[in-house]
Design a binder for this molecule. Structure first.
Ligand SMILES: Cc1cc2nc3c(=O)[nH]c(=O)nc-3n(C[C@H](O)[C@H](O)[C@H](O)COP(=O)(O)OP(=O)(O)OC[C@H]3O[C@@H](n4cnc5c(N)ncnc54)[C@H](O)[C@@H]3O)c2cc1C
Length: 417
């Protein structure tokens, strides 16, 4: 069923009784060409582009829970391509370009809103670093504007410029950055992949891998039986180490909780996404009016999808530091998700050392914005057995060879800082 103003009118005239399910709820029906483990944004986007771009539609997406129940439906919805390093910028800009045409491509309203992402700076040194990043972005054809204090005042006059612990000197603005409705993105990809013949199998947990005598992966073992396939693609976000361990692999990843928060609805106040440069705090306003914000990871390894109060306090302090007015708004909800932190902050899209097994992992707290390009590049790798040009740096062996993509400049062991 194609969605349009006419289908909406037709459905309204028939009392909204004729809507079809958004996607087919499939049961295992192998063998498949490709089994994708993980029905989050990345897994579903991979399935969609395998079918659409590479003509491979004998594909199953295996999800242990329900579509959108993982990080895809838990994140703070920020999309941007304001990176500085060669290994990252072309990839994230490719993602931004895919976001810009995504709703038309999927025929699904994902509420993509390019309302701008503003990173505040608070010192001369930080201004210089942002200028460098902005210049690197512009060299790659990405939009970036370095604003002084007056420039920031014009966009966000309510910020705490005068009496702050970290006075705001200016900001780096990416006007094309913004937000997208996170669960609509997964529903849109699920619907479009299902339309092209992909089986989306929910409530099916992968518990191991079937292997041939030469070690090659020949399928997945699940709580609904063994499902045979030629290739297995793992895209399980916060569970990468656990799933890789089922194949005997140890990944350079630590799993942490990241929390998100939403307040009661307010009239429109925030023009776009604003991030604090003196601490870890980022905020936007949802279409319903709630302020959606978050900060740092909880800082200890965990698979529990809930966080603790010290980080709640820390995040709220960050918010109060740049916009004290939010102290008067009531917080409605908070939740947590598991983020797989790679040791250089950049992801892995690569073949594994095991034939037939492909890895998409290590998205840290920033993989939502990557969803379209991650799916595109992972599908390319699986279909052609060679990396897509924009994701060629996201190799698994870079942690052994030292070719890190260290965007934050934290070195190879940020966990020891
Ligand atoms: C609180 C929070 C805020 C964030 N904010 C942002 C942001 O503003 N911008 C941004 O770019 N990124 C953000 N992120 C990161 C982003 O959400 C993730 O990097 C991204 O969603 C991960 O990819 P995914 O959508 O495929 O993950 P998921 O939706 O987590 O998909 C993985 C799926 O694999 C399934 N799975 C796991 N194990 C198995 C198994 N054994 N068998 C079958 N299925 C399995 C899980 O159930 C899950 O549904 C945030 C993350 C969190 C937690």
């Amino acid at each position: 069923m194609r969605y349009s103003i006419f289908s909406l009118a037709r459905a309204a005239l028939s009392g909204h009784r004729n809507w079809k399910p958004t996607w087919r709820d499939a049961s295992p029906n192998g063998p498949y060409d490709v089994v994708i483990v993980g029905g989050g944004g990345h897994g579903l986007a991979t399935a969609y582009y395998l079918a659409k771009v590479h003509g491979i539609s004998k594909v199953a997406v295996i999800e242990k829970g329900w579509i959108g129940g993982g990080n895809a439906g838990r994140n703070t919805t920020i999309i941007r391509s304001n990176y500085g390093l060669d290994g990252n910028v072309p990839f994230y800009e490719w993602s931004m370009k895919l976001w810009e045409g995504l709703e038309q491509d999927l025929n699904y309203n994902a509420m993509i809103s390019q309302r701008g992402v503003l990173n505040l700076y608070h010192s001369d040194g930080q201004r210089d670093a942002f200028a460098r990043r902005g210049n690197a972005m512009r060299l790659h054809g990405v939009d970036a504007e370095l604003l002084d204090q007056d420039g920031v005042r014009k966009i966000a006059p309510f910020l705490n410029f005068e009496h702050a612990r970290f006075p705001i000197q200016g900001g780096l603005l990416q006007p094309r950055g913004g937000t997208a409705r996170h669960d609509a993105v997964v529903w849109g990809y699920a619907r479009a992949a299902s339309d092209r013949g992909v089986d989306i199998i929910q409530n099916c947990e992968v518990t191991g891998f079937a292997r041939a005598s030469d070690g090659r992966v020949t399928g997945v073992e699940t709580n609904r039986g063994t499902i045979g396939c030629d290739k297995v693609a793992v895209a399980v976000a916060g569970n990468s180490s656990r799933v890789a361990a089922m194949a005997g692999l140890r990944l350079p990843i630590e799993s942490h909780v990241l929390q998100a928060f939403v307040t009661e609805a307010l009239k429109p106040i925030l023009p776009g996404v604003i991030t604090f440069g003196g601490g870890h705090f980022y905020v936007s306003q949802s279409d319903k009016g709630g302020l959606v914000f978050g900060g740092d990871i909880d800082g200890y390894n965990s698979y529990a999808q809930r966080g603790n109060l010290p980080v709640v306090e820390d995040v709220c302090e960050g918010g109060m530091a740049i916009m004290p007015m939010i102290g008067r708004v009531r917080m409605l909800r908070s939740w947590g998700g598991i983020v797989d932190m790679s040791m250089d902050g950049s992801p892995i899209i690569d073949r594994s050392p095991i034939p037939g097994l492909y890895l998409n992992a290590g998205w840290c707290y920033g993989g939502f914005k990557a969803t379209p390009a991650s799916g595109w590049c992972f599908a390319h790798l699986i279909a052609r057995d060679e990396p897509h040009i924009t994701a060629a740096a996201f190799r698994l062996d870079r942690f052994a060879t030292g070719h890190l993509i260290d965007e934050k400049g934290q070195g190879a062991q940020p966990n020891l800082h």
